[in-house]
Design a protein around this ligand. Structure first.
Ligand code: ATP
Ligand code: MG
Length: 330
């Protein structure tokens, strides 16, 4: 089975597949793929490469966050013999190794400003120089970068160069979190049941509606990767034919605590924006507050879940989860 198949029929995924197709035919455009952990950024990078005319040339990926800075530079740009202690031979950089193909710079936001300026220069001039070298080597490698943090915020904090951002941003794609494309969940579940059945030589027939409901209500902080592992685990422990709710290892409690903290933080921020919020000394009942807000959104939306979710700026799945948690009957 094709490991790079992108499953999903939501309008968001179809839109991204279209963009990927267009970007594939313009190798000179640098691409920036944003999205939370496990949303499928690498999958889209590989798709762009596969759809391009240079698909037979290498696709080289490097996780910029996992390598110390000095090493990262020599990995990407290469070095001459004797450039530094330990450089016993000339070594080509990944830009050259990926020549004519694609280089995928994962976790671009964790690089230093100094490295970013070198990268910008390479991208703009389409030339690189080995560390310790004199001559420049021209490169025609497509560059795709990915990040799971918001680069605007990183720029504001002074951790990311604005000029590099604008350069990378030309072909920008944002892969939405799984909780914002509930329509894809069932397809993904079926897909992972099929692939896991093959991989582990099992013959699970499918998933019980109740279990699927649980999956749809879960907010999936680890996105598609977490869903995949959850199905994998369910298939390994389920001894009968169908995945049951009990096979799913989903910590709703923990998630709800995390989300509550997030909501509390963001409501305080919102209050701060509207008026300097003076927190009452007797405290506030967050759950009651949340319940009240959700109920009034439901009222305003005449009970329509999608509309209420839109008013609250959360996904339907998230709203359903909160309704269940707070015991609200819509
Ligand atoms: N739409 C999809 N269809 C099928 N599989 C998917 C899809 N999206 C993600 N996956 C699978 O989920 C896992 C995570 O995807 P991927 O590595 O592309 O995510 P990522 O955004 O790069 O994650 P990270 O931020 O952690 O690097 C992979 O096993 C991938 O095959
Ligand atoms: Mg990745």
């Amino acid at each position: 089975m094709d490991q790079t198949e992108i499953i999903g029929h939501s309008s968001k995924i179809r839109h991204l597949l279209n963009i990927a197709k267009k970007l594939a035919s313009s190798p000179e455009i640098t691409v920036l793929i944003e999205g939370e952990n496990g949303t499928g950024k690498e999958l889209f990078a590989r798709r762009i490469h596969q759809l391009s005319q240079t698909a037979d040339n290498p696709f080289v990926d490097i996780n910029c966050g996992a390598i110390p800075e000095s090493l990262l530079e020599s990995e990407l740009f290469g070095h001459e013999k004797g450039a530094f202690t330990g450089a016993t031979d000339m070594k080509k950089g990944l830009f050259e190794i990926a020549e004519g193909g694609t280089i995928f710079l994962d976790e671009i936001a964790s690089t230093s400003l100094n490295f970013q300026s070198k990268l910008l220069k390479a991208v703009e001039n389409k030339r690189i120089r080995h560390i310790g070298g004199i001559q420049e080597v021209s490169i025609s490698t497509r560059i795709i970068a990915a990040t799971n943090i918001n680069l605007y915020e990183a720029i504001k904090r002074g951790q990311f160069r604005e000029d590099l951002f604008y350069r990378l941003n030309i072909g920008r794609m944002t892969v939405p979190p799984l909780r914002e494309r509930e329509e894809d969940i069932e397809l993904l579940v079926e897909h992972f049941i099929e692939t896991c059945n093959q991989e582990y030589n099992r013959s699970i027939k499918g998933i019980r509606p109740k279990a699927l409901e649980r999956i749809k209500a879960y907010p999936w902080p680890g996105n598609v990767r977490q869903l995949k592992h959850t199905i994998e685990r369910a298939i390994l422990i389920e001894s009968e034919d169908w995945i049951e709710p009990d096979d799913l290892d989903l910590d709703f409690e923990l998630e709800s605590m995390m989300r509550e903290a997030e909501v509390a933080m963001s409501s305080i921020k919102q209050f701060e924006n509207i008026q300097q919020f003076d927190f009452p000394t007797q405290g506030i009942a967050l759950e009651e507050l949340e319940k009240g807000i959700i109920e009034s959104a439901l009222n305003k939306a005449s009970g329509n879940l999608s509309e209420a979710a839109r008013l609250l700026k959360i996904s339907r799945g998230k709203l359903r989860y909160r309704l269940e948690k707070l015991g609200i009957h819509s």
